[in-house]
Design a protein around this ligand. Structure first.
Ligand SMILES: C[S@@+](CC[C@H](N)C(=O)[O-])C[C@H]1O[C@@H](n2cnc3c(N)ncnc32)[C@H](O)[C@@H]1O
Length: 317
């Protein structure tokens, strides 16, 4: 079944990757709309998609009224909601009224205040018409802001992007973060129902991370260990997301260049065939990563003047 995913503005590239790795490569990208075949059971996992609409039609803007005479009329009380993705002179409210009236004339029950079905229209280059199936709960990400956790370290990634990077690493199976810090990735993996474990070189970090996991009702599956020599069986991990130490804010256990090189070799060893590692660093480390893993996607996110995160999506060679 085809769905239109409305992407969060500003992080579209990573939002598309989240869809690609959870579902399928989008066949259309039109501004902030990506069209792909979705699996509704996984919609609640999405972090960088704002909402998902089951597609009925893609058409020209000028064809909308005709299309509304043809689409099936939902039985439950409905309303039409139009969202402009690209600039257009069309008034959303005016169009909602016109399209709603067509459905009403065709026998639909209209309820603007408490609709059971929302007929969604996105106006991008094309017009996308469908039934709204999922709205991402954005409040949850605010509620899980790292500063609200019992154990906090500056510079940690926000929950929304952490969740997307876990989704890019794996759809199901066992997730591992070998440099877990305060547990940002582990919390998202745990809340999505994945099996997970984390590791860090420092015992005070491990106990802080365990506190954070418990605070979300999650088991504190964390161990102390060195990412250069991981106490983990070969080919036992389905996905890794991890954030290498940024020297300004987090300690490194061992020389940093050696850590990049030895740790990525270890990631390749522990990943199952076809498994992915999402490796984050504040430095360009493509050459080092490529010695052990195949880099399939790279994203750069500028956080502030002195921090640009490089995100390498890698698969086992
Ligand atoms: C950028 S932080 C990770 C932040 C983490 N994503 C979070 O949510 O808090 C990097 C972590 O790597 C850990 N670390 C540094 N060297 C390590 C090593 N050799 N093995 C395992 N962990 C290490 C640091 O203690 C630090 O917690």
């Amino acid at each position: 079944m085809k769905h239109a995913f409305l992407l969060l503005g500003g992080l579209e590239e990573i939002a598309i990757a989240e869809i690609k790795y959870l579902f399928s490569l989008p066949e259309i990208i039109d501004g902030r709309i990506a069209v792909a075949s979705g699996d509704k059971a996984l919609f609640p996992r999405l972090a960088l998609t704002k909402e998902v609409t089951e597609l009925l039609q893609i058409c020209e803007h000028s064809e909308l009224e005709r299309i509304f005479f043809e689409i099936p009329v939902p039985e439950q009380p409905l309303c039409v909601r139009v969202k402009k993705i690209e600039r257009t002179n069309t008034s959303s409210q005016e169009l909602e009224r016109k399209l709603g009236e067509i459905l009403w004339k065709r026998g639909a029950k209209i309820s603007v205040s408490s609709p059971r079905t929302v007929v969604r229209v996105y106006l991008a280059d094309k017009a996308y018409v469908g039934i709204l199936r999922h709205i991402t709960d954005t409040k949850q990400f605010e509620e899980r802001h790292p500063k609200r956790r019992p154990f906090f370290k500056p510079g940690v990634m926000l929950p929304r992007i952490s969740r997307a990077l876990v989704n890019i690493a794996l759809k199901d199976g066992f997730f591992f973060d070998p440099m877990c810090g305060t547990g940002g990735f582990l919390i998202e993996a745990g809340l999505m129902g994945l099996k997970y474990a984390g590791m860090d070189a420092f015992s005070e970090i491990i106990s802080g991370c365990a506190k954070n996991l418990r605070c979300y009702g999650l088991p504190p599956c964390v161990l102390r260990g060195d990412a250069r020599q991981m106490p983990i069986k070969s080919t036992s991990v389905n996905g890794i997301s991890t954030d290498f130490p940024y020297l300004q804010s987090s300690k490194s256990f061992g020389n940093l260049n050696e850590l990049y090189s030895m740790a990525t070799q270890e990631f390749a060893r522990v990943l199952v065939s076809g498994g992915r590692a999402v490796v984050v660093s504040n430095r360009e480390i493509m050459d080092i990563v490529e010695e052990s893993l195949e880099v399939v996607d790279i994203f750069r996110c500028r956080i502030h003047g002195s921090l640009t995160r490089r995100i390498y999506v890698c698969s086992k060679k």
